[in-house]
Design a protein around this ligand. Sequence first.
Ligand code: ZN
Length: 398
Amino acid sequence: MSTSLKIAGSNLEHVQTHNRRVVLDAIRRAGALTRAEVARRTHLTAQTVNNIVSALHDTGLVSAGAPNRGGRGQPSIPYSIDPEGAWSLGFHVDHRSISGAVVDFTGRIRGHKRIPADQPSPKQAADALARMAGPLLRRAGAVESRILGAGLAVPVRFNAGSITSAGPTTLPGWDEGDAADMIEAALGMAVLIENDAVAAAIGERLNGLGREIDSYVYLFMNDGLGAGIMIEGQPWRGTGRNAGEIGHMIVVPDGRPCPCGNHGCLERYVSLSAVYESLGIAPPDATPEFIAHLETSAPGRLDAWVKDAAPRLAQAIGILESAFDPQTVILGGVAPKSVLERLVAALALPVSVGSRASRTLPRVMLGRTGPEAPLLGAASLPIFDEVSPRFDVLLKNG
Ligand SMILES: [Zn+2]
């Protein structure tokens, strides 16, 4: 979709990318800001802010509100993100489902669809995503020339820039051929691929607790357990792009065997797979929906799992706090909210650097974006890619 990049390409090409992101980010987080307020918050010069805001306004990425009268001097105009200034598609593929959402420029989901799947291959995912994309965009009224692209969150790891399916809870088959190429061809637009935990951490940054919190570790619980590490508003991906693979941190020496080859890995205790195992259920019952249903229909069925999982998770959180000294640790994922709440309530956290007396936030918080976090994060990848060189892409075409 060659038209898709015109928004930022033609009119904004002279504006320094980094400053543009800083301005957009400030406006996005505040809701609406005048030029003077942008300058104050960003420490950019008034002239730079004027240029950037004018360019953003000309291209329809921000809209001008009613001038604030009163006070002395010229009335000042508040600018806010124009929701329909740009659009993107977010997809989340996991072991059991394929989901798609169309997201506007404020990061709000304007339509979504989810279909069940069983360990979908890249080909199956590509076909399903291509079928979803058109209707999602049409129903939301997205203008084609303003579509920035698509992002895909998927439980995979990376090896020298390519997807690898190595690892027990990654999706099988995604390292055969070029999944990104296949999906780009099916959709007819650029697709950015991201690990689901990192995508969820970005989604929470865009539309959840991350709006007010810059540095956090986001624990993403699905079949496995991963972490998205957000440091000062930017995801930390690591040299091999696998930072946050905490599911295979050993928390119980000589503990339960893990398909990765070790014993006592964290996700053998803290993950939906561990819940299913504890309940003795297998597909087709082993789904987040079934667990949510159990929570209300058969109270107490999860108690043994919570009792077993909480101390392992508490230990891991202590380690993560010591390693990253985050403002807080956020727990989210496709696991039902009621399950995550019970897990947090059962945590007895060890003493760590996180126990500081001066803290204003709890050490552990529940994510606000819920199971939609990876979808939101995936959709935000092309948006942030337009405005930040540091939200760099993993597998972008040319
Ligand atoms: Zn393992």
